[in-house]
Design a protein. Sequence first.
Length: 287
Amino acid sequence: MKLTQTHIAPKQHTRIRLQDYAVGIFKAALTKSALKKALKKQYVTVNGNIATSATYIHGGETICLTIMQDAPPRKNFVFKLDVLFEDEYLAAIHKPAGLLVNGNSFKTIANALTQNITRSTLSDVTKPQPVHRLDFPTTGILLIGKTSSSIRALNTLFKNRAIKKTYYAVTIGVMQPEGIITTIVDGKTSKSKYKVLQTVDSVRFKKLNLVQLEPFTGRRHQLRKHLSGIGNPILGDKDYGFENLILNGKGLYLHAYSLQFTHPFTNENLYLKDELPKRFKKLFKDI
């Protein structure tokens, strides 16, 4: 069975890429990643023509998404999540380690949101969706959109780098007190800032550091690659750590601590945070 959704774009002040404009307008492809997949599979048309990532919207176009619906909707993944903040537009939750944010797996954060997030009363309410990603082993704060307009607005904030993200990590080895790392990740420029807050001696690892991190870009595994690249991999990183210094059984010591941004609908200055895990505090007593 085919499912078709249609949207007529209002007049735009300036032209905008379809893959940016159409985020959140179709319930069958709410997120940016889902929309990109739909474009790649040629599910989207503009004025009857197959759309691509290079298609621009000026206003007045008829945008259609057509997908095949063969299987019944997937059941929700029953999993208790800690909600850190919530209003009618958006929410922030704690992402535990060992769960995918979204994807083809059943056990994802996205599939557990409906039972944990209060349904918005606004007219464009939709199924709550994560608007960015955290790696499978990473813990910390994750931002959720609750309405179609909120999902679009939050995606725009991330795209424009208007959301300040702060992470904490435990790294191995002697480090400079602070620095900026700029490299190419996946063919694109990536930039991160770090500052060492505390250092303790370790019998096995010599030195362990509590490091505050601020990524200026959002490449895949960026912080993990950057720290490994300067010779200070994150404790527990099985992908980018040194073979003789892998910590088994304790997970990755990388935590998404806070998000700072202006609320796109209330204009409130938000500073949302997710406190450091206990395992960090066991290593650094004075946190």
